[in-house]
Design a protein around this ligand. Structure first.
Ligand code: PLP
Length: 360
């Protein structure tokens, strides 16, 4: 009933992808990264789908972590961006959240805090990403200072990669070398692998992997990869054709007539637009499935609608099923046509799109 725009979230596929992340390092742990509302898929539903098997969950900030706790999630939750203000520390302690720490100033803030129980710290090193983290030369002394504090329980040594998806780049190897040298002899577990490193860099698999995008079924790589190719799409974004018309050469379609027909063209209008999160800058030629057949977008995406070429699509009429990405069309194949990556496609889906969970 009503407008058909729907994101179907397959929780079996999510579990399958988590198991794949675990299978590459079965004796180690995997923190399922479900920040940003589970990369747009719905963090609470995802967390419950994995509550019996995930080692821990990872989110960006305390608001996201509290949402999960309040929903009843009991597993450890890691705050990847750590704390922003001192008043978060007692809440982190009471809820037993694991907390990233990325600057020397934050050590003083913890030292001055009054906590009901000591907290687990993930001590982040800037091994080359140059975004967050303690510089390698300061890392050992930061570890020792934290280790001496009553407010601190266990410490995990952490870093993040800039280019793990790019096998041609030497940066990942340099980051691992830098990290390992700075951590030499520090007696603590290590976590450095995101999805790309979990799947593609043996040397990065340590005590805790931190898979994100792979859990949602999107490959982090540009090329086929034996493990990434086993991932299953979690979100399938669908809608319907709501109008069909036959146009003649010279007819333009949609705003600014970006697409002008060169030959007789059957065009379908689909109930899906940028206010649903579909990227407005998707080019003519962006792939889309109609009735299970691959065709393309023609004309500019508008707020609530987009237009597709039905000229060669069989049985193309009002009500035809449209898949924007998902089971039959990987988001990673759509994203380049909008100069983006699957992360932004998934997180961009808005609340107007009905979310339907299957295989709960
Ligand atoms: C610190 C940290 N770890 C892990 C991840 C997961 O990365 P990915 O989604 O590429 O697997 C992220 C995501 O941005 C992150 O910021």
């Amino acid at each position: 009933m009503g407008r058909a725009a729907t994101a179907t979230i397959n929780l079996d596929a999510f579990r399958h992808n988590y198991r794949l992340a675990k299978s590459v390092a079965p004796t180690q742990q995997a923190v399922a990264i479900i920040k940003a509302d589970g990369y747009g898929h719905g963090a609470i539903k995802l967390a419950f789908a994995l509550e019996n098997e995930a080692d821990a969950f990872g989110v960006a900030c305390i608001e996201e972590a509290l949402e999960l706790r309040e929903a009843g999630i009991k597993k450890p939750i890691l705050l990847l961006e750590g704390f922003f203000t001192a008043d978060e520390l007692p809440v982190i302690s009471e809820n037993n959240f694991w907390c990233a720490l990325h600057s020397l100033e934050q050590i003083d803030v913890i030292a001055q805090s009054n906590l009901s129980q000591p907290i687990n710290i993930w001590l982040k090193m800037d091994s080359g990403m140059h975004r967050l983290g303690i510089m390698p030369e300061d890392y050992r002394s930061a570890f020792e200072q934290l280790n001496a504090l009553d407010q601190v329980n266990e410490i995990v040594l952490m870093s993040h990669f800039a280019s793990a998806d790019d096998f041609a780049s030497s940066v990942t190897g340099q980051q691992i070398k830098c990290f390992d040298e700075a951590c030499q002899d520090l007696d603590a577990p290590v976590s450095i692998a995101n999805s790309a490193a979990t799947l593609g860099h043996d040397a990065a698999r340590r005590a805790f992997q931190r898979p994100g995008i792979m859990l949602y079924g999107a490959t982090p790589f540009d090329n086929p990869h034996p493990l990434a190719d086993q991932l299953q799409a979690v979100m399938t974004l669908t809608s319907e054709v709501i109008a069909v018309r036959d146009l003649k050469p010279g007819d333009g379609i949609g705003y600014s007539h970006r697409f002008v027909c060169e030959q007789p063209t059957k065009v379908g209008t689909v109930a899906m637009g940028y206010a649903d999160g579909y990227p407005r800058h998707a080019k003519d030629g962006t792939p889309v499935m109609v009735n299970g057949q691959r065709t393309t977008i023609i004309g500019r995406v508008s707020m609530d609608m987009l237009t597709v070429d039905l000229t060669h699509v069989k049985d193309a009429k009002v009500g035809a099923k449209v898949e924007l990405w998902g089971d039959n069309l990987p988001a990673a194949q759509v994203a380049p046509y909008a100069d983006t990556i699957p992360y932004t496609l998934f997180t961009g889906i808005t609340r107007r799109v009905h979310k339907k969970y299957i295989n709960e």
